[in-house]
Write a protein that binds this ligand. Structure first.
Ligand SMILES: *[C@@H]1O[C@H](CO)[C@@H](O)[C@H](O)[C@H]1NC(C)=O
Ligand SMILES: *[C@@H]1O[C@H](CO)[C@@H](O)[C@H](O)[C@H]1NC(C)=O
Length: 488
């Protein structure tokens, strides 16, 4: 098209020798946007010239009649014909237009923003355009696992539900080794743009079972621990009661057959009474089981609550190692607090964090369990957890591959810096985080101390070096001077 236009212009002899060389460029790959966040749809003129005096038009290519998303013309935004749903959410920056950058900022992205956009730029002598493909992702809620009870064969029925996703995510069950378990097909519902999922599974042996929901860059998962003793005793009683039912039925048939054979009809009422008695016993058994099941369901909700006081028995004294601290950190004399700030004197060592505003604990651990708590209240950028000894030699990414097991807060978001990253959906702002490490079991877990709930667990790890407590105030800069405080 452009070729034909240019050819025509050439033939007519009105070619502007400068305009031919300009081109409107955009991203080669689809732009991923997260529902509720802002996104930039890139579009610019190359080589760069000011487009302040030109017409910049953004419209939807995939909707009927290509309706307007944003129009800048004659030095002003002219959005009276804009699609209603984009009202107040689009922005071109004048400063950027001066450098040929006509990227559109779209605020609080909605699922309906997904589609093809055209960025069209026109001057008096020239015009060109580019197409931008926008994909929207909405991250749903953490999966919720419900215990639906046991069946006669001792199988435990679990159901996992998660809602608020777009597009449709994958749901899977995993055992403690991370092996995917086969389950029924997932039920999916779509209501107002978002997908919700439901899936059931029957498990026959005790294990830590995870329900994981995954969507391109995001993953949320919930764990249930069925190795809990109460599950096992409950399962045993269900199996025993099933065996009991079978025995009673067989006995009933036997007695009836014998009674008929002997024609000892007068004995029958007696036998009938016995069966009646067995039946009553069975009823009692059933209501006891029902009661136990209710208790069990109750106990599921408080398993973590019971765990935290237990973990606290492993509390260790953590003192921060000033010699490892980034040069923009001030560690208090008692080694219990760290905040951003400029040091008065500094002995430059090779062992300091260079990029991350991090600091390690003085003492490392190479066996058993340990636990410590860090107050993060009012601080908006932090990472904390444990790091292995050899990170002292190379400060790289805060990922398990590089020897860091951490959770993190970036702006308003909480993340587990696992690979891949896990976005944590917490209902409340964290004030104090508990870190529990079981070196021998290869477990690092994080707890919200206030609500006594589990935030995230790294499991199935194997350590072969000492592990050090690690706290960090983000990457290179932090303008919030609130300290992180070790709470003993
Ligand atoms: C273009 O402008 C947007 C803001 O509208 C900015 O985020 C982006 O970095 C700019 N692109 C370039 C290449 O300068
Ligand atoms: C699961 O429960 C069992 C028994 O109560 C316990 O030994 C085990 O440590 C628990 N596992 C986790 C990850 O909580």
């Amino acid at each position: 098209m452009k070729f034909i236009c240019l050819t025509l212009l050439f033939v007519c002899g009105i070619t502007d020798s400068r305009s031919e060389q300009y081109e409107v460029v955009g991203p080669a790959d689809p732009v991923f946007a997260v529902a509720g966040e802002d996104v930039i749809l890139p579009c610019s003129v190359k080589p760069s010239i000011s487009v302040v005096d030109m017409r910049v038009e953004w419209f939807r290519l995939d909707l009927k009649d290509s309706p307007l998303v944003h129009l800048y013309d004659d030095h002003e935004d002219r959005n009276t014909d804009q699609i209603q749903s984009y009202r107040g959410r689009t922005k071109l920056t004048l400063q950027e237009l001066q450098t040929g950058n006509a990227s559109l900022k779209l605020s609080t992205v909605r699922v309906s923003d997904e589609g093809l956009y055209k960025c069209f730029i026109q001057s008096k002598s020239w015009s060109d355009d580019v197409t931008v493909d926008v994909s929207v992702e909405a991250v749903g809620h953490s999966p919720v696992i419900t215990v639906d009870g046991f069946d006669r064969s001792g199988g435990l029925h679990l159901q996992c539900e998660s809602e608020g996703w777009y597009p449709e995510p994958d749901l899977e069950w995993l055992d403690s080794e991370g092996v995917s378990l086969s389950s029924e097909t997932t039920e999916t519902h779509r209501n107002s743009d978002r997908f919700s999922l439901k899936n059931s599974i029957i498990v026959y042996h005790s294990d830590k079972i995870h329900c994981r929901v995954k969507l391109r860059h995001y993953m949320l998962e919930t764990l249930i621990n069925t190795t809990n003793n109460r599950f096992i005793s409950w399962r045993t009683s269900v199996i025993l009661s099933s065996v009991f039912v079978v025995l009673v039925v067989i006995a009933g048939i036997f007695i009836t057959v014998i009674a008929i054979k002997n024609k000892a009809l007068d004995q029958l009422p007696n036998e009938h009474r016995k069966i009646q008695h067995a039946h009553d016993q069975l009823q009692d058994e059933k209501s006891t089981l029902q009661h136990e099941r209710d208790q069990l369901l109750q106990s599921q909700k408080i398993i973590i609550t019971q765990a935290l006081p237990h973990l606290r028995t492993h509390t260790v004294k953590v003192t921060l190692d000033d010699d490892s601290a980034h040069r923009h950190l001030i560690v208090s004399d008692d080694g219990k607090q760290v905040r951003e700030g400029n040091r008065i004197s500094l002995n430059e060592g090779n062992n300091r964090f260079k990029y991350h505003l991090g600091v390690l604990g003085k003492d490392g651990f190479s066996s058993g369990s340990f636990y410590f708590e860090v107050q993060v209240k009012d601080q908006t950028e932090w990472d904390l957890g444990v790091a292995r000894e050899s990170v002292r030699k190379s400060w790289i990414d805060l990922s398990p591959d590089d020897g860091y097991w951490t959770v993190s807060r970036r702006h308003e978001k909480y993340l587990a810096l696992d690979s891949p990253l896990v976005s944590l959906s917490l209902r409340v702002e964290l004030q104090r985080v508990g870190v529990f490490v079981d070196y021998d079991q290869g477990l690092v877990s994080f707890y919200d101390v206030k609500s006594m709930s589990l935030i995230y667990s790294y499991t199935g790890l194997s350590f072969n070096e000492k592990l050090y407590p690690f706290v960090c105030l983000g990457y290179q800069y932090n303008h919030n001077s609130t300290p992180l405080i070790i709470c003993d």
